[in-house]
Design a protein around this ligand. Structure first.
Ligand SMILES: Nc1nc2c(c(=O)[nH]1)N[C@H]1C(S)=C(S)[C@@H](COP(=O)(O)O)O[C@H]1N2
Ligand SMILES: [Mo]
Length: 503
């Protein structure tokens, strides 16, 4: 391996092998060597770009950050391997013996040290080091400087063969690793199945059949996902503890079993992200199995000066908001009759009815009662998203019914104010007609009584040509959704949704 060209190629391929080996044993968890690098990518990318990626691209944003993290990590290992081989080759006398054990040993040490530095877990470190070393050993037997075929072309052909080999190893590692990634160690308690089923029945009875839009309950794999992670945390229910700390008479902790043994109820609740565009789809409703936060706080007896809390999570996320909102909040461990999925905060997340998604902290670990208000994660970046949601009527579907009539429809949401009316204008906003609304979900089955979206639809016969359809909602307090337009940053989008149809 004394040729600089093949040294670089072998270093890069061994770097890839190291990352693949780590993935094979860790899967998409924080002990995967690329996870901290992905987090670094997110942390060092300008806030505006991060906000755009996670809000506009959603899962794709998370995937991009992850891919960048993987590419960077392969690069880091490649550099470490290259230096290791350079040093070992220089020290390895002039003998023409095949690289022997010095080169592979140097790679083992370099890869191991780097992996340990990144994730400090034995399994992932060993897997990375073994994979990289194994690959270098293989390469050193395949590419020999003394080989009669050691011409430039011969080496190239062999490097290509090695690349295919390492790629195959990558595929196998991917398959192995993917099986490690679900990360849940509890099942949903069957005791609550009947409650979930009853709410499914209620929603099915009340939803309007509107083509092309979700029903009243979003399915888990369609429920939007927004967070700061390129790899979500894996928290075991067995290890989960919620601490109530700070300005309290006595600090308290709560385990998962204590939580699930609490005053459990199952109810609907809608979430909406402050960063979403006016008519986008970061708005969903689910059936959550929860316990109230208030009794847990009461036991600790909060006595802070600011009447505010900082809630922290296993991914390093933190949000500060009023104690009063927290006291009306819930800790959720079930979603649509399953344990909370990993991407939505397994094992436990916060639900704060009526407030923007950002304070509905996932993977929650700590509630600190503060004496003085300090900014949370998004407020440090200029957002103003800890308060109640803005009122919105979405226009998510336009259908030509084929008999001269057209139908428009969507969902409307106003947090705990509830939706009272949705109005449609087909003359650009001069005159308004009430749309048909889905029956409200029974307040006893909704967190915050009215914190659930409603569906609306409107059918009419538009004239030939272009028609501008405008929609707006009126909340339960009689306030009309404001006409004034604003983009999401920093207070959430505002204005009426408009669509032009041509007949
Ligand atoms: N721990 C943690 N909780 C979090 C976030 C996060 O990045 N980390 N993102 C918040 C934001 S901005 C939103 S909109 C909601 C989205 O919840 P969902 O992904 O379950 O839809 O989670 C909130 N909770
Ligand atoms: Mo959000």
């Amino acid at each position: 391996m004394k040729r600089p060209g093949s040294r670089a190629a072998v270093s890069a391929l061994a770097g890839f092998a190291a990352v693949a080996g780590s993935f094979a044993v860790s899967g998409l968890t924080p002990s995967f060597v690329a996870a901290p690098v992905g987090a670094f990518v997110v942390a060092t990318t300008p806030a505006a770009i991060v906000a755009f990626a996670i809000e506009e691209l959603g899962f794709l944003g998370e995937t991009l950050a992850f891919a960048a993290g993987v590419a960077l990590t392969v690069g880091l290992f490649a550099v470490a391997n290259y230096l290791a081989l350079l040093v070992s080759d220089a020290g390895g006398s002039r003998s023409s013996a095949p690289s022997g054990v010095v080169g592979p040993a140097a790679v083992a040490v370099a890869t191991g040290l780097l992996a340990w530095y990144l994730v400090a877990t034995v399994r992932s470190t060993l897997a990375a080091a073994i994979a990289a070393t194994g690959f270098v050993l293989l390469a050193s037997t395949v590419i020999r400087p003394t080989d009669p075929e050691g011409t430039v072309d011969g080496v190239r052909r062999r490097v290509l063969a090695l690349s295919l080999g390492v790629l195959g190893f990558g595929v196998v590692s991917y398959l192995f690793g993917s099986r490690q990634s679900s990360g849940t160690d509890r099942d949903f308690p069957t005791a609550f199945d009947a409650d979930v089923a009853a709410l499914r029945t209620q929603a099915a009875a009340k939803e309007l059949a509107i083509e092309g839009i979700p029903g009243l309950v979003s399915e888990i794999d369609e429920f939007f996902e927004v967070d700061i992670n390129s790899v979500d945390p894996t928290v075991r229910a067995d290890d989960w503890i919620l601490s109530v700390t700070g300005e309290v008479a006595s600090e308290r902790t709560l385990t998962y079993d204590e939580l699930v043994d609490g005053d459990v109820r199952t109810a609907y609740d809608t979430l909406r992200c402050v960063g979403e565009q006016l008519n986008s789809t970061l708005l969903d409703n689910a059936i959550w199995t929860v316990v109230p936060v208030a009794p847990i706080l009461e036991r600790a007896q909060p006595a802070g000066g600011c009447e505010c809390v900082m809630v922290r999570a296993a991914d390093g996320y933190y949000q500060q908001f009023p104690l009063a909102a927290m006291e009306r909040g819930y800790l959720a461990f079930g979603m649509n009759g399953e344990v909370l999925p990993r991407e939505h905060g397994y094992p436990v997340r916060l639900l704060i009815p009526g407030h923007w998604g950002e304070i509905n902290v996932k993977w929650v670990t700590e509630v600190e009662i503060l004496d003085e208000a300090v900014d949370g994660y998004w407020e440090e970046r200029g957002w103003n998203g800890t308060g109640p949601v803005n009122t919105i009527a979405k226009l998510w579907t336009v259908t030509d019914l084929g008999d001269g009539r057209w139908q428009v429809g969507g969902h409307a949401y106003a947090g705990i104010r509830g939706i009272e009316t949705v109005e449609v204008s087909t003359d650009g906003g001069d005159s308004w007609t009430d749309a048909e609304l889905s029956e409200p979900l029974d307040p006893e089955t909704v967190l915050g009584e009215r914190d659930a979206w409603r569906q609306w639809r409107y059918t009419w016969e538009p004239p030939d040509g272009e028609t501008e359809v405008v929609v707006r909602a009126i909340d339960g307090e009689g306030t009309v959704q404001p006409r004034e337009e604003a983009s999401p940053f920093p207070n959430g989008s505002s204005g009426w949704v408009r669509e032009t149809i041509s007949v």
